[in-house]
Design a protein around this ligand. Structure first.
Ligand code: ADE
Length: 476
């Protein structure tokens, strides 16, 4: 991912961003950061970039021409790809972790920094896709704001942080602030580290950390705590039909659920990562929905839905022109213990005739095969970029792939013809289940009813089948 910061003060942004983690990521080619001097693009012979505002008022305004030309010069040399042009301003939408996640999915981000009293509105209207504020206060220029955004987005780019887990377990994950942490010495200024953290009991430590996070959120961020409590209530109700609702409880568990609608019978979530909506009716005997699907369809004309009752799928198809795409069975790995690995695969490249399983990197040669798969599993490219798709190699060749789909389920299984019946799928799914357990997730898979071999594999690995089916709907 590349960041292009358009500014009158390039040295103000480059020096700090080339230090520490973002600097290291640039040197390792994980990200690119450049500052573009807007002044280099002015057509004024005195190199001026500002002028008085029409209608009067204090201060000067940055003129449209140099900002536009600087922006166009960057865009003209970018390859095809997803990009956004951000203007940082106190008049923008407040910046959040969720926005950082969305921005991290782009190939290029252009950030325009204003100075003086701002920028001529006409150029902003023409080039800017997002106006973002980093808080309700006014800075002397946009540079600090742009640096905040670059830093928050860059750390979400795969491999920028060394430890794959830390981007997931920090503040704001699941609407909770992070729990307090302690390092050596055990006693400092007469204060001891909480004894449970020294106990070595992983389960007790997890419980302590969760409770401490809840307590801290309650005290410091009552707004976040309210959202957390609402989702917890939903989670408890959904757990009454645990296997059927694992996809929804996992959205809560993984900090991805946004509560869109809830009454005594129905729950509608939006997955903040994929944008997919998940609906269930907890008392389906009563058929009928209190969700305003008319307004929903208007606001989300291309929404993808995961429904947990067939009558809802029928109703939406009939009344709102959704197509019934798939009818799936959900299977869940309900245990906490990892699956046995021995003899199946290795994670370190020493294969001894076994498979070598590792996350796929976007851009590697074997992905030619996967490009073909993109037709079969739309969205796979995005999942590869997130590090969620694993490849299984034998003698250096890609034998198969499997990954975590955009909706959080395990899927996208593909094994090359010549490597079939060699346990490639078992190796891949075992590896994924174990990785997910390490990250505190409950692994689950949604399979089409006709898929006999995949079904048999799930049974072999000990996944439990939910009685009720799940329905995937889409509207083109
Ligand atoms: N420029 C000046 N103040 C700002 C703020 N609070 N957020 C974003 N850009 C700014």
């Amino acid at each position: 991912m590349n960041f292009h910061i358009l500014t009158l003060f390039p040295e103000m942004v480059m020096q700090p961003l080339m230090t520490s983690i973002t600097g290291r990521a640039v040197k390792q080619n994980k990200i690119g950061i450049e500052a573009v001097n807007i002044r280099d693009y002015t057509k004024d012979k005195h190199k001026r970039v500002d002028d008085y505002p029409y209608g009067g008022g204090a201060g000067m305004l940055m003129q449209a021409q140099p900002v536009y030309d600087a922006c166009e010069s960057v865009i003209s040399r970018l390859p095809e790809g997803k990009r956004r042009v951000i203007y940082v301003s106190p008049q923008g939408v407040p910046f959040t972790q969720q926005m950082a996640q969305e921005l991290a999915e782009n190939d290029d981000l252009l950030l325009i920094c204003g100075h003086y009293e701002g920028i001529d509105e006409r150029v902003l209207e023409e080039v800017v896709t997002d106006v973002i504020s980093i808080g309700d206060y006014v800075l002397t220029g946009g540079e600090l704001a742009a640096m905040v955004i670059v830093d928050a987005v860059a750390r979400l780019v795969p491999h920028v942080l060394n430890n794959g887990q830390s981007a997931q377990t920090e503040s704001f994950h699941g609407n909770l602030l992070e729990y307090p942490q302690y390092s050596r010495p055990e006693i400092w200024h007469g204060q001891a580290v909480p004894a449970v953290l020294l106990s070595g009991n992983k389960r007790e430590i997890d419980i302590w950390q969760k409770n401490a996070a809840i307590q801290r959120t309650k005290e410091r961020r009552p707004d976040l705590y309210r959202r957390y409590s609402e989702l917890e209530e939903c989670r408890k109700i959904l757990m009454e039909k645990k296997l059927h609702h694992t996809d929804m409880t996992e959205l809560v568990n993984r900090g991805r659920a946004v509560l869109v609608f809830r009454n005594e019978r129905e729950i509608l979530f939006r997955d903040r990562e994929s944008g997919i909506y998940f609906h269930t009716d907890l008392n389906p005997g009563n058929k009928g929905s209190a969700v305003d699907w008319e307004a929903f369809s208007e606001q989300n004309p291309h929404a993808a839905l995961r429904l947990h009752q067939e009558y809802m799928a029928d109703m939406l198809q009939e009344k709102y022109a959704y197509s019934r795409k798939l009818c799936c069975k959900q299977m869940v790995y309900t245990r906490r213990e990892k699956l046995p690995v021995s003899g199946l695969y290795s994670l370190n490249g020493k294969t001894d005739g076994r498979f070598f399983v590792r996350p796929l990197d976007f851009g590697e040669a074997c992905l030619l095969e996967i490009c073909r798969l993109e037709d079969e599993f739309p969205g796979m490219e995005k999942q590869i970029k997130k590090g969620s798709v694993y490849g299984c190699f034998l003698e250096g060749n890609l034998a198969g792939v499997m990954g975590i789909c955009s909706d959080g389920s395990i899927g996208m299984l593909f094994v090359s013809e010549r490597y079939r019946r060699k346990k490639a799928a078992t190796a891949l799914e075992t590896c994924l289940v174990n990785r997910m357990l390490e990250q505190g997730m409950v692994p689950f898979i949604q399979i089409m009813e006709k898929d006999g071999t995949v079904f048999a594999l799930q049974e072999k690995l000990g996944l439990c089948l939910a009685k009720e089916r799940v329905f995937w709907l889409e509207r083109k």
